[in-house]
Ligand binder design. Structure first.
Ligand code: NDP
Length: 250
């Protein structure tokens, strides 16, 4: 089997898996953080779990860039990817106030497999299987996608920072977040993440980019709904006009 055949099969399967994941996660909140439950087998320290599952997204993309023959544009896409994932894999885990918290090996393992497949599809897609015209830098899809990616990154970083600052060192409990987009939604960090990869799909105008955007929504729309239900059931004074993910809509 050639690499193209393997790539195309994996890509088709990626869309199917995203749909299955969405349906499963609507019924079952991924068992980490506030939705952690007993019965999920071996546990890892939370920080280690995050590094383990996110580091492959950096390593595989770096490998694709190193062994491919990227144009300046593809280097730029690679840099956007690495900005997000170097933070997620190697900085974010050390910002967590989650001393003593754990995540199931099953969650870290499935995140790790997802990130290997996803970085391979996007990395090889960009460096080997797709070509862009020289004018792509001025294409409206690139420019609008880049703006959505940048806005999503800023929203995600800000919203995560608000959450991480809610706890004092050693504190493990939950408080009601406020300010910024928390005025309107319970999970602006997830909204920002979905915007990032929707912008990426538009800017790269690629099927693996689209698959990744759908995967992100498949993971985070159900989780935002679960977080929102959890907030409403745990805080009597939870702001009534706040929605889960999209102001006034969802
Ligand atoms: P959460 O919002 O559940 O938690 C983020 C951190 O903030 C955790 O350390 C959590 O603690 C803490 N926290 C959350 N809410 C509160 C609160 N009300 N009071 C005090 N502390 C709080 O996010 P996730 O852990 O699910 O995700 C983290 C990042 O990873 C996000 O930016 C998300 O977008 C991204 N992500 C991306 C995915 C994708 O498919 N692309 C999939 C999953 C995550 P604790 O762990 O104890 O709950």
């Amino acid at each position: 089997m050639t690499e193209v055949a393997i790539y195309n099969t994996l890509l088709a399967g990626w869309f199917v898996l995203a749909a299955i994941t969405f349906v499963v996660l609507l019924r079952l909140a991924a068992p980490y953080g506030r939705h952690a439950q007993p019965g999920w087998g071996m546990q890892l320290p939370n920080r280690l779990g995050w590094i383990l599952m996110e580091a492959p997204a950096v390593l595989v993309m770096a490998w694709c860039l190193a062994v491919g023959s990227p144009s300046r544009l593809v280097w730029f896409f690679g840099a956007l990817w690495l900005v997000h994932y170097v933070h997620r894999a190697f900085i974010f885990p050390f910002r967590l106030r989650s001393t003593g918290k754990h995540m199931p090996l099953a969650v870290a393992g499935s995140g790790l497999l997802f990130n290997i497949g996803n970085a391979y599809l996007n990395g090889r897609g960009l460096t080997v299987f797709h070509a862009y015209p020289d004018t792509w830098w001025q294409d409206p899809r690139f420019l609008v996608g880049l703006a959505i990616f940048g806005a999503g990154l800023a929203i995600n970083l800000h919203a995560d920072t608000v959450l991480l600052n809610l706890r004092r060192p050693g504190d493990k409990g939950y408080r009601v977040p406020s300010g910024g987009l928390y005025r309107w939604v319970s999970c602006p960090n997830y909204l920002g993440e979905i915007m990032e990869w929707t912008g990426w799909a538009l800017a790269t105008w690629s099927l693996p980019g689209l698959a990744f955007a759908l995967w992100t929504a498949a993971n985070l729309v159900p989780r935002a709904l679960a977080h929102h239900r959890w907030y409403v059931s745990h805080f009597d004074d939870y702001p009534r006009r706040r929605r889960a993910l999209l102001p006034r809509l969802l």
